[in-house]
Write a new protein. Sequence first.
Length: 372
Amino acid sequence: MRYVLVLNCGSSSIKYRLVEVPSLETAAGGIVERVSDHAEGMRKVLAELEAAGPDLERVAVVGHRVVHGGTRYADPVVIDDAVERRIEELSPMAPLHNPVNLIGVRAAREVFPSVPHVAVFDTAFHQTMPPEAYTYAIPREWTAGGVRRYGFHGTSHAYVSRRAAEFLDRPYPEVNSIVLHLGNGASASAVEGGRCVDTSMGLTPLEGLVMGTRSGDVDPALAAFLARTRGLSVEEVDHALNHESGLLALCGHNDLREIWPLVDAGDPAAALAMEVYTRRARKYVGAYYAVLGRLDVLVFTAGVGENDPRTRAMILTGLENLGIVLDPEANTSPSRAPRVISAAGSPVTVLVVPTDEEREIAGQALAVTGLG
Ligand code: AMP
């Protein structure tokens, strides 16, 4: 038995999963939290894995989630010192993520010096977007400096859109889909025959859908307005839009499991929060339908998308004339498997497909190293 070790190194946590080759089934996994020293955190990961039993001598490749790959990386890449430098050079684009991703890469390369390490980028899947999708209408010198739409959650959008085609037994290159990745972070993508042609997150993960604590789309003049009228700094506005906005700002909670009971108890702020949240998602469905011209499949995934039938139904309300017809019974089935939730005869098939970024990272790491 050989393994892929998948590492997702965040600012204060390291998520890990040991994946069996070639089945990609999980052999062990977990999360080390409250990490302040990532080398120390990596030692904890190793200790937990060793306690779980598997022989770590059999790790054949290590796959790392790296958030920002810029325009350079449309595919996963085997990490060497030059790749490490480029991940570092991209840090201004993802200051909360790339530096800690890199610390994880360096710590893991020390622990596993003799196996290949592969970076799988959150931005990579979206690199197929055409210029008209990724270009902002802003001064050219900014664009020349790399200001454009990149998109994130790419590993999830790639995995889920491909799994949707497999599930329907249709060739991936022939299927047009919209993926709604609705977790604490949330994004939508339009995927035409396996290629991403538009996505809702932009230069940073702030743009697009209403999220747990992120505003999603707002008037870009907001920062200047708040600076003028309240004396807020750019950093204060940035922090508030990323961490104190979204559902949390609208109703005091960012977890849907806490919001629905408030809606049912007649809390007007919670009711409005869900209206704002679902209307934004519905608008992106309409926009991406228009971008694709023909829509075969609409897929829900991630924490909210997989588990919350009420939110799914609310997002798709009134879209019957677009050929999107939900089956209320299928929508509320407690199944955890990939499943159809649209009505028989609905022109667009609506699916729930659980995402699995670790499995996708493992598969990509094996493919790029030829070790699969
Ligand atoms: P994620 O970022 O994909 O882990 O998603 C986390 C979010 O999913 C939580 O903040 C909740 O809003 C939502 N969520 C998770 N489980 C459920 C559930 N059983 N019902 C409704 N929402 C859920």
